[in-house]
Structure formats: structure tokens, C-alpha cells
Design a protein around this ligand. Structure first.
Ligand SMILES: *[C@@H]1O[C@H](CO)[C@@H](O)[C@H](O)[C@H]1NC(C)=O
Ligand SMILES: *[C@@H]1O[C@H](CO)[C@@H](O)[C@H](O)[C@H]1NC(C)=O
Ligand SMILES: *[C@@H]1O[C@H](CO)[C@@H](O)[C@H](O)[C@H]1NC(C)=O
Length: 371
């Protein structure tokens, strides 16, 4: 009889000899789409801008969306469709809003004094003493609750120095102050933890606060030193207990199905240690109807909303089911990216309202009904 202790050792040796591609789809995807209804564009009820991303996350029962580039509309304009887009009216690299029961209407937070229409200030502030300025990109995803009673959350972000390249992925502590999620502290030397030349950009693709465990999960793109096309399309996962999210030493790195979680940083980047290949920004949500996690994201071509499923956030993940053709909402197409979902709108999970950013900077909302 073969000792069961030998089996993990043997599989580790086999994995080195011929790495198993852990990004290939596994299992069956139970999703079947009954209908997909285009609801419209998402706008704010108290400010006006063109924005992208809008990753939802909840703190103490309230849902907030974190946006990326937020281009202010011209002074006084309240409808983005009536904006004069031939000139520039100012922008911030990220912003935060309160979600409402209507996925087409958000209430913008952290506003400036512009009158008669105020505009959003930058959610994750730049810090000049770390060499940053207002032009630096941010690359943030969902707020992840770390302490409900204290109304605290973590935000993962990726510092992007534009022509100077990506710097690194980091985390900020967020506290709800006077109803507004506010970044009160950023961690790490120069305000980030994971130098992106040699570490994955943890959290730049998605961040998920698990409803079934104590963990926050985050996925990020390959280190920038990986320059071949295939290698640069893999993404990697970390997790940390919600109560320990601000302590870098408590993070666990996913080393692939054969080796599992480890507090040793990942230094081998390939199909065996990756979680996904060729996916952009998206969102993981739990779905009660199918009793599984759903990863909402867009196809590489940006023309379809795709849903894949798993029993655990670290997978294995199934193949994608096509949920919606982006060209249905506006014939002639347009590239879309950054899939998000609003699971709180239907706790039964029979429907899932999703959204994505149609280029340039228009967030479109679609309601999916499952069989
Ligand atoms: C959504 O916004 C786009 C421009 O960003 C516009 O062309 C389209 O008509 C809008 N759709 C609706 C339903 O308002
Ligand atoms: C900005 O950086 C300085 C220098 O490291 C640091 O002392 C300060 O706390 C940072 N400010 C914020 C708001 O993070
Ligand atoms: C990553 O790439 C940079 C720029 O090419 C190089 O200076 C650095 O040594 C590389 N780091 C590693 C660990 O390979």
C-alpha cells in the first residue's frame, strides 16, 4: 500500500517536471441565462462626471462603489449626456459613491465646493512626500470590510506613475467618517507593499471580502518583469484574515492547487501558480441560487460579459458562460471592461444585476435572470 504521505511529495515532483496548468477550466458551470435586460447608464443624483470601474463593496451594511478615472463635467452640468466633452473640466484618479436601491443612481461622496454642481475629490489621496502627484493612477477595486462595528475596510490599489510605469500594489485603511468612506492610512515604504516589478499587482483585478469565511481575497496581474505576452496575462491570488488585513506578515500567497496557501511570497510565475489567464478586472460574488461563487468579468475582446463559477474563491474555476453581448445595448459595439455585480439587489440570487464600463467612461447596467 502506498503511504498517503508520499502522494503530496510525488505530486510536487510531478508538478516541477511538467507544471500542471491550474488556469484551465475545471468542473461544470451550472449557470443558464433565462434573460438579460439592459437597464441603462449609471449616473449620480448629486454630481456629474464621466467615470469608470465602480467596484461595489459593503461596510456595516451599506454598499459603496469605488470608481477609477472620474472626469468632471463642465461647470453647472447635471446630465453627462449634455456635457461639453470637447474641453477638459478637471478630474481625479479615483472616487467613492454610496449605492442606492436603484443600480442606475448613485450618490457621490467626498465632494468639493464647486457650485452649483459639486464634483468628487480623490478618494485615495496622493502623497507628495512619496514622490506622487495628482496625475498618478490608482487602480483600485472593491472596499473589503475589516471591522463592521468600527466601520472599517481595506482598499487595495496599484500606484501608476504613468510614463514612469507601475510602482506597486498597496493597501489603505478606510474608515466611514460622517457617512463617507475615508482613507485614513496607507501602508508600506512609499505607500505600497508589493513592488510591481517582481510581485503580482495584488488587488488590481479584484478584491473580495468572503461572506463564508474570515478571509479577504485579492487577485492581481503578473509582475511587470514578466514581459512575454503569455506570461504577462496570468494573474495571482493572496488572502488575509479580515482582522489582520493591515499586517503584511499575515498575508498568504496562493502557490497553485498542488502547493496551496503559504506565507512564503510567490516568486515563480507560471500556469501552475496562477489563478487565471487572460482575464481583466472583475468581481467575485456569492450566489445563493446556484450555491457557488460567480466571477463576473468581460471577454478579452471586451464584447461579452462572462460568468465563471467555483465552490471556493481559490477555485478551481469552471469555464465561462456568456451572459450578455455588450453590442446589444448600442449597436456598433464599443469595448467594455471591468465587470462588477450588485448581489444585494436580490438575495435569492435568481437575478444578478451586473455592470461594466463601456469606453469611454460610461457605466452600463444589465439585469440577468437565471434559469
Ligand atoms: C448612455 O451614455 C452614452 C454615452 O456615454 C449614450 O450614447 C447613450 O445614449 C446613453 N444611454 C442611455 C440609455 O441613456
Ligand atoms: C505621507 O508620507 C509621509 C512620509 O512617509 C508620511 O509620514 C505621512 O503619514 C504620509 N501621509 C499620509 C496621509 O499617508
Ligand atoms: C526587474 O526589471 C528591472 C528593469 O528591467 C531590473 O532593473 C530588475 O533587476 C529586475 N528585477 C529582477 C528581480 O529581475
Amino acid at each position: 500500500m502506498v503511504s498517503s504521505l508520499l502522494i503530496p511529495a510525488l505530486s510536487a515532483i510531478l508538478a516541477i517536471a511538467s507544471p500542471i496548468d491550474n488556469t484551465q477550466p475545471r468542473g461544470t458551470n451550472p449557470i443558464s441565462i433565462a434573460s438579460a435586460e439592459f437597464l441603462g447608464n449609471q449616473t449620480a443624483d448629486n454630481s456629474c462626471s464621466h467615470r469608470d470601474l465602480g467596484f461595489p463593496g459593503s461596510i456595516n451594511g451599506k454598499w459603496y462603489a469605488v470608481y477609477g478615472d472620474t472626469l468632471w463635467c463642465a461647470p453647472g452640468v447635471t446630465d453627462p449626456l449634455k456635457d461639453d466633452t470637447s474641453s477638459f473640466h478637471g478630474m481625479v484618479r479615483d472616487s467613492v459613491s454610496l449605492m442606492t436601491e436603484d443600480p442606475l443612481k448613485v450618490h457621490d461622496l467626498f465632494l468639493n465646493d464647486d457650485s452649483p454642481v459639486p464634483h468628487q475629490k480623490q478618494f485615495v489621496p496622493y502623497n507628495a512626500s512619496w514622490g506622487e502627484d495628482a496625475s498618478w493612477g490608482f487602480g483600485g477595486t472593491s472596499l473589503c470590510e475589516t471591522d463592521a462595528d468600527a466601520k472599517e475596510a481595506a482598499i487595495f490599489f496599484l500606484r501608476n506613475a504613468n510614463d514612469d510605469g507601475l510602482k506597486g500594489a498597496g493597501i489603505g485603511r478606510v474608515k466611514v467618517l460622517n457617512g463617507t468612506p475615508t482613507v485614513v492610512e496607507r501602508y508600506g515604504h512609499n505607500g505600497y507593499w508589493w513592488d510591481s516589478s517582481t510581485n503580482p499587482r495584488y488587488g488590481d483585478l479584484l478584491a473580495y471580502c468572503d461572506i463564508w469565511s474570515d478571509y479577504i481575497y485579492a487577485v492581481g496581474g503578473a509582475p511587470t518583469n514578466v514581459t512575454d505576452f503569455i506570461g504577462s496575462c496570468y494573474s495571482y491570488m493572496v488572502r488575509v484574515k479580515k482582522s489582520e488585513a493591515f499586517d503584511l506578515s499575515k498575508y498568504q500567497y496562493w502557490h497553485g492547487v498542488q502547493r496551496g496557501w503559504s506565507s512564503t511570497r510567490l516568486e515563480t510565475f507560471n500556469s501552475n501558480t496562477a489563478i487565471f489567464w487572460g482575464v481583466g478586472q472583475g468581481q467575485i460574488v456569492w450566489n445563493a441560487h446556484y450555491d457557488c461563487y460567480i466571477f463576473v468579468h468581460l471577454s478579452i475582446a471586451g464584447d461579452q460579459v462572462l460568468l465563471r463559477t467555483a465552490k471556493r474563491p481559490e477555485g478551481p474555476w469552471s469555464a465561462d458562460v456568456k451572459a450578455y453581448d455588450v453590442s446589444s445595448s448600442s449597436p456598433g459595439g464599443g469595448m467594455a471592461y471591468a465587470g462588477v455585480a450588485y448581489p444585494y439587489l436580490d438575495h435569492s440570487g435568481q437575478t444578478l444585476t451586473v455592470a461594466y464600463t463601456k469606453m469611454p467612461n460610461c457605466i452600463e447596467v444589465v439585469k440577468l435572470t437565471f434559469v
